[in-house]
Design a protein around this ligand. Structure first.
Ligand code: ATP
Length: 203
């Protein structure tokens, strides 16, 4: 199945863009949402997190102790790497299962991941889209959506590759700057992918 990875910085609007693809009938795997789900449901992953970061990583009711994990991995690259080394392979496993379930009678599928390039998961996709927006717009969107401060948004942004770095790696681009229509851009890409995917799926 032809796979399109889609990414963008925090607040770029990648989820919003994915919703437009969904309207066109394209299934989307939301890797970041899935990662949160499997951190409480994937038994192997839960055990791995407990043995690496301590039993207090989970509350008695099984919910993830986000504060505990964040206090360890925030600003500690090697601890964050340990967490990613546990979570990313589990997300890849979940993606494989999901793909088998949805990949019938659809022309192509999308994988949305904030860290598509940072986690190397773009290597498992046939192509990639980068959603871009000016920094000021991204910051404002996240402040409005998450009710956080500008400093908190900038701190999160600093953990991601810059758009300049991502631009070098992406094949297609969607400008979500509230001047260009995302519906028109998505539709143009969709028509293109229908042709490319049909050729690729027939090989
Ligand atoms: P994150 O990585 O933080 O999850 P994201 O890239 O998935 O962010 P979205 O959640 O899609 O971004 O968008 C961030 C916020 O900006 C949302 O509240 C969304 O409704 C809003 N937004 C996105 N695109 C637009 C747009 N073109 N016009 C107006 N609001 C927008």
């Amino acid at each position: 199945m032809y796979k399109v990875g889609i990414t963008g910085g925090i607040g770029s609007g990648k989820t919003t863009v994915c919703k437009v693809f969904e309207v066109l009938g394209i299934p989307v795997f939301y890797a970041d949402t899935e990662a949160k789900n499997i951190m409480v449901s994937d038994v192997l992953l839960v055990e791995g997190i407990k043995s690496t970061f301590g039993k207090e990583s989970y509350f008695n009711d099984g919910k993830l102790n986000n504060k505990h994990i964040a206090s360890i991995v925030f600003d500690n690259a090697s601890e964050l790497e340990k967490l990613n080394a546990l979570v990313h392979p589990a997300v890849f496993r979940a993606f494989d299962i999901w793909e088998k379930q949805v990949a019938t009678n659809v022309p192509y599928i999308l994988k949305e991941a904030a860290l598509l390039f940072e986690s190397d998961s773009y290597k498992m996709c046939d192509t990639s889209i980068l959603v871009t927006a000016p920094v000021e717009i991204k910051i404002k969107r996240v402040i409005d959506r998450d009710k956080v401060s500008e400093e908190q948004v900038k701190a999160r942004m600093s953990k991601q590759l810059s758009d300049e770095e991502k631009i070098k790696k992406a094949k297609y681009f969607i400008k979500n700057d509230e001047e260009h229509s995302i519906i028109e851009q998505v539709y143009a890409l969709h028509k293109h992918f229908l042709i490319v995917a049909a050729n690729a799926n027939n090989i």
